[in-house]
Every structure is written in structure tokens, then in C-alpha cells.
Design a protein. Structure first.
Length: 655
């Protein structure tokens, strides 16, 4: 096992005050990439509308609030996507700005953005301080002046983007913390050759975050010290402290093989640790059989549990215990920890009340209770279906046990913001490594988008190691991923959210993709709102908790999670580094879908009901949620992705 620095909860140490990653060269590279991503994703979601320049092919102009302009090169791809070259972004010269000046109607913010943005409060203009206002410069701008500051772009384009002052202030903070995390990743980046040799859990610490969401590592609530201890890119294993909670407050649920909490603890804790927990309770005159034990995130305990459960702690209904000895490593979701020393033990998922990638990362009480029941139903579908079980060999990493702790007030106040109902609990998920065959190894789908400091793609390294022609390797990838996802959709009206973090590619010993593992059921499984015979055996507690969507929208979970959220970025990478044209990439995806249709002709009506090949799909927008729809306001329910118009489907035969 690789050697890691270990996080402790002791006093601050000098190493935590060191920030070698915050240097100009690293920061500027990360900032230029973020600005390119911002321009590309905002243009994809039609928050901005760059104007083509007649003078240069594939070059666009964007007029800012102060009358200045940015010029950049961008390629266009499937789903109407934009790929902006970071090194091409520059400030337009005064002469270029005058020459490119569009009609007044085009220099204003897009109508949709203006309509959705709340009007600034009178007397409280956003960014009114002259030190950060980007007033027009009285001096001519030299031609070719590079521009790579995403924070300054926000200040100079806040009206163009249609964002109000409160959103702007929080967004600057969230983007700054994201950039700081990006700088940390850049400072310690490995080559793809080195990345390919890492284990599943270790590779998670090198991921760059959601490719679609611009502020993808905001982690609002974390301090700089917290980020250096608990984030994936910090790569610092921790020993998790445990607490005991009275069964008057806590509830345990488990799958049939873990029907009692004692069965879970027998797998998760050594006998000496279990006895020490029981002794700590007996020493306080408490009955261990009346308590459930669970790990807690150290940050969550300090920031949320002690302040908001103080009455229960005072009454002895919540009792702090010591940490168990196992080292656990934070994964990409931050709140999920893989056991490094005992990979046969469960992965643990804990509430972490930070705001990150659109939502607070707690554990909803009702869903935590239902997690094992959902696992039992989903795995039951797989186990009774020879295609899923034997042909696909799909691995479903079940959430097999949970302890849920209600807050005595917040959980019974429906108008209270949802983060106050997700404070305390734990979910134990099946570990991945024991479910792999000899010679197999696993990597999250997100890892296929990685590039190293030399610009080489991780996918190109894996293709090279496989010895297969690139198109053949991609065919194997699609054959591993798509059949189980499509079969769950068509046969059972059930869909996962197979985004880069939830979908895991299993490779053979030659780095050829062979099958799919998938996780996160209770949060990300949706079922058809139109009744299907296959749902008749669904337990009521599962039916009650799973989200439902009409068939026409259920396909969006594959389109948006997998195709738009991962393949939209992977296909140009394959064109650039594997020599597989983007059109060929998508024809291979379509061919795999058609192969599945041919394999199950009896499901023809389901292929039409869940139409993956229709001409256009709705454009889901993740950045619009932050800019226009939800901002940073509290709300009683978790937000859902915004929908804005439609985009061409590259899987339609006419594409």
C-alpha cells in the first residue's frame, strides 16, 4: 500500500501552513483552463452568445459589460458544445473591438439570461467597489494581449451573465476555492504512465472534478486547513472517530445478510474495538445494547453535530467514542471513504454539510433509511436476470446498511432548508475490490478524461497498453458500459445516473474494458412514472422513496450523465489523441445501442417508449442553476438541473 501522510485532529502543524501550490506559474495555468471551460460551458448553456469573427475561422468575439471584448478560438462539437483553447483567449485591441462591434441588440446580455436574473437592489450594485470594477481603459489595448483571469471575467461580464450581486459574491468565492484545488492538483500531477499504475482508491485523488460544472470544487464551508486534510487531492488518509447514538434517536437498516447492527459491526470492527466502545458506554452507566455506533466525519462533528445536537449530547443520547484503527481515504465525493488497510470492509458514506457542485452534501434522513431496501430491489433485478448477471457481469455496489439519526426538530419542519435534515447518519457500501476477478482492475469513468502535464491523455495510455486499435478499444468500452444500462432502462424502466464518478470501468489485465460497476443507488436511481409490469414486485418502501420521471425524460439520465457529461468531452480527446474522428466515435456508440435492440427484439415497444435515438433532446444546464435558478439561497428541497431548450442528438440516424 502506498505511504501517505495521515490526518490527525491534533493542533495545527507547520506543514498545514505551507502552500507551495500557490505560485504564479501553476495558478495562471489553472486559471486559463478555468476561463476556457467557463466560456465553453456558458456558451453551451446559452448563458452567453459568442459571435463568429469573419476575419478568422473558428474564432469568436464576446463583448463585455465595459465595452471591451475577448477573442478566442473554439471548436464546435456534438450537442452544440464548445471547446475553447485556453491559450487563444486574448483581449481584443481597440481597433478590433471597433471593427467587430455588433449591433446594439447583440452586445446586450441574452434575453433569457436577463429575464432570469433578479434585478440588483437599488443602492447595492454588485461589485460597486472601484478597486474591482472593470471600467473601460482610457488607453488603447495592444493587439494580442492574453487574458486568462476567470475572476476578472466575472467582474467584467456580470451583467452579460445576468447574475445578481449576492450570487456574484458567492460565485467569486466558489471559483477561487475551485482554482486553489486545481492548483494543488497541478502542483502534484503525475504522468499518465504513473496514473495507470495506481489502484482504484488512489487514482481518485488525481481526478479533476466534474467536467461540466465550472465551480466543481467549491466546498463552501471548508477552511484552507480543512481542504488540506479532507479533500481527495490532499490524498491524506484519516482515522474516523465513532459515536454511539441512543436507539431512541437512531434507526438501523440492513439487507437480509446484515439484518442486525451486530452483523455489520462484526464485519467492520475488530472485537477489541467493539468491546472498547461497549466499555465506554458502560462506564457512563449506559446500556450498549440500547445504542447504535457509527463513524462521523471529524469536520461534521465539530461544525454541525456538536452545535446542533448539543441537547442530545448533554443528555447522553449521543456519546463520543474513539476512532477505529483503519486508515480510510476520501474519494471524489469527499464524504465517501475507502478502507485502505482492510479493502474487504465496506466503503462508508457520511454526511458532510458543505455546499459543493450545486447541493449540500448531507445524507437525507428518509433516503438513508431506505438505502438497503433500494439495494435489495436493484440487486434482485440483476440476480434474477441472466443477461445482467451472466452476460454483462455488472457489479452493483450496494448500500447494504445504514444508521439514520433524526434531528428532533429540523426533521419535522417541512419549510426548513434541506441541509438541516441531512446532518447525521452513515451508509455502508459494498467494497469494489473483492468483487473483481483475478487480473481485473477498476477505474472510475471520470479518469478517462484526465490529461497529464505533458498533455497526454490517460485514455491514450490505456489504449496503448491494450495493444488494440483505438476504434476496437472504444467498441469494447461501449460494449462494457451500455448493455447493462440500456437493459435496466428498457426491461425494468429503471435508470441509474451513470456520470463519471458513479460509473466504474472494469478492465482486464491488458487494460481492455470488460464490464461495468455502478454505485449510488438511493440518490441516483429513477424509475418510470408510467407503470410497468416489472414494477409490481417492488416493495412499497422502495416505491415510496425512488424518484419517478416520464419515459421521455428518463432517457435523459443516460444522455446527460454519460453522453453529455462524459462522452461529450471524451470524443474530442479521442479525435485529437487516438485519431478516431468524433463522428466515428458517436457512430460506434449508436452501433452498440442498435446491437442491443437486435439482441432483444421482444422489447421493441420499450425502445420506442424510451427513445434514445430521437432527433433532439432537452438541454440540461448545470451552471444555469447556480447563475440564475438557485444561486446560493436556502430551499426546503434539493435543486434539480435546469432545462433550457433542446440540442441535436448525435445518436439520431441523421446526425
Amino acid at each position: 500500500m502506498p505511504q501517505y501522510p495521515v490526518s490527525h485532529d491534533s493542533a495545527e502543524s507547520p506543514e498545514l501552513l505551507s502552500t507551495p501550490e500557490l505560485n504564479r506559474a501553476v495558478w495562471d495555468r489553472a486559471a486559463a483552463r478555468m476561463l476556457a471551460k467557463m466560456l465553453g460551458e456558458f456558451a453551451y448553456e446559452e448563458v452567453i452568445q459568442p459571435v463568429p469573427r469573419a476575419a478568422e475561422a473558428d474564432t469568436y468575439t464576446l463583448v463585455l459589460d465595459d465595452g471591451g471584448s475577448l477573442i478566442f478560438r473554439a471548436g464546435r462539437g456534438v450537442y452544440g458544445s464548445w471547446r475553447v483553447a485556453p491559450d487563444s483567449i486574448r483581449e481584443a485591441s481597440t481597433a478590433e473591438t471597433e471593427a467587430d462591434a455588433p449591433p446594439a441588440t447583440q452586445s446586450e446580455a441574452p434575453a433569457a439570461s436577463q429575464a432570469e436574473a433578479p434585478a440588483p437592489t437599488a443602492g447595492a450594485e454588485p461589485f460597486a467597489d472601484r478597486a474591482v470594477r472593470a471600467e473601460p481603459s482610457p488607453d488603447p489595448v495592444p493587439a494580442g494581449t492574453p487574458f486568462g483571469d476567470p475572476l476578472l471575467f466575472l467582474a467584467r461580464a456580470r451583467r452579460l451573465l445576468g447574475i445578481d450581486g449576492a450570487t456574484l459574491g458567492h460565485l467569486v468565492r466558489e471559483l477561487t476555492t475551485t482554482l486553489t484545488a486545481d492548483a494543488r492538483l497541478d502542483h502534484s500531477a503525475l504522468t499518465v504512465t504513473e496514473l495507470a499504475d495506481l489502484g482504484y482508491a488512489e487514482l481518485e485523488g488525481h481526478q479533476t472534478g466534474h467536467p461540466w460544472i465550472v465551480a466543481n470544487k467549491g466546498r463552501l464551508g471548508f477552511s484552507a486547513t480543512d481542504a488540506s486534510r479532507f479533500t481527495p487531492e490532499a490524498r491524506r488518509p484519516v482515522r474516523l472517530p465513532w459515536i454511539a447514538v441512543s436507539s431512541q434517536l437512531a434507526a438501523y437498516r440492513g439487507v437480509s445478510s446484515l439484518a442486525t447492527a451486530d452483523q455489520l459491526y462484526a464485519q467492520e470492527l475488530d472485537p477489541a474495538v467493539r468491546e472498547s466502545f461497549a466499555a465506554a458506554l458502560r462506564a457512563r452507566g449506559l446500556d450498549p445494547d440500547s445504542y447504535f455506533c457509527l463513524p462521523v466525519h471529524p469536520w461534521q462533528w465539530d461544525e454541525w453535530i456538536v452545535p446542533l445536537f448539543a441537547p442530545a449530547i448533554a443528555a447522553g443520547e449521543i456519546v463520543p467514542l474513539h476512532a477505529d484503527p483503519d486508515l480510510r481515504l476520501p474519494q471524489q465525493s469527499i464524504r465517501t471513504f475507502a478502507n485502505l488497510e482492510r479493502p474487504d470492509r465496506h466503503t462508508v458514506k457520511l454526511p458532510l454539510s458543505i455546499l459543493n457542485t450545486l447541493v449540500w452534501r448531507g445524507l437525507p434522513t428518509e433516503r438513508t433509511l431506505a438505502a438497503p431496501a433500494v439495494t435489495g430491489w436493484v440487486q434482485g433485478l440483476r440476480d434474477s436476470d441472466p443477461f445482467l448477471r451472466d452476460t454483462c457481469g455488472v457489479i452493483l455496489l450496494g448500500e447494504v446498511a445504514s444508521v439514520t439519526v433524526e434531528h428532533p426538530l429540523y426533521d419535522h419542519l417541512p419549510e426548513t432548508p434541506y441541509q438541516f435534515k441531512e446532518i447525521l447518519g452513515a451508509i455502508w457500501r459494498e467494497p469494489l475490490l473483492p468483487r473483481l476477478a483475478p487480473g481485473e482492475r477498476a477505474r472510475t469513468l471520470a479518469s478517462l478524461l484526465l490529461t497529464d502535464p505533458q498533455g497526454r491523455a490517460f485514455t491514450a495510455e490505456l489504449v496503448s497498453r491494450s495493444g488494440l486499435p483505438p476504434a476496437v478499444w472504444l467498441t469494447r468500452l461501449f460494449a462494457a458500459l451500455l448493455p447493462p444500462l440500456l437493459h435496466f432502462l428498457y426491461r425494468y424502466g429503471t435508470v441509474f445516473s451513470p456520470h463519471g464518478e458513479n460509473a466504474i470501468v472494469v478492465f482486464d489485465d491488458q487494460d481492455v474494458p470488460v464490464r461495468l460497476a455502478i454505485k449510488d443507488f438511493v440518490d441516483d436511481v429513477n424509475i418510470s412514472a408510467r407503470p410497468l409490469p416489472e414494477h409490481d414486485t417492488m416493495p412499497q418502501d422502495v416505491r415510496r422513496i425512488l424518484l419517478t420521471e416520464e419515459p421521455a425524460f428518463l432517457t435523459q439520465f443516460i444522455h446527460s450523465g454519460l453522453f453529455t457529461g462524459v462522452f461529450r468531452f471524451l470524443s474530442p480527446l479521442c479525435e485529437e489523441q487516438l485519431g478516431v474522428p468524433e463522428a466515428e466515435f458517436w457512430s460506434l456508440v449508436r452501433a452498440e445501442i442498435l446491437r442491443h435492440h437486435a439482441r432483444f427484439p421482444e422489447l421493441k415497444d420499450r425502445f420506442e417508449m424510451f427513445d434514445m435515438l430521437k432527433p433532439r433532446i432537452e438541454r440540461l444546464c448545470l451552471n444555469r442553476n447556480r447563475l440564475h435558478l438557485d444561486g446560493y439561497r436556502d430551499r426546503p428541497e434539493r435543486p434539480h438541473a435546469a432545462v433550457h431548450g433542446t440540442v441535436p442528438n448525435p445518436l439520431h440516424p441523421s446526425a
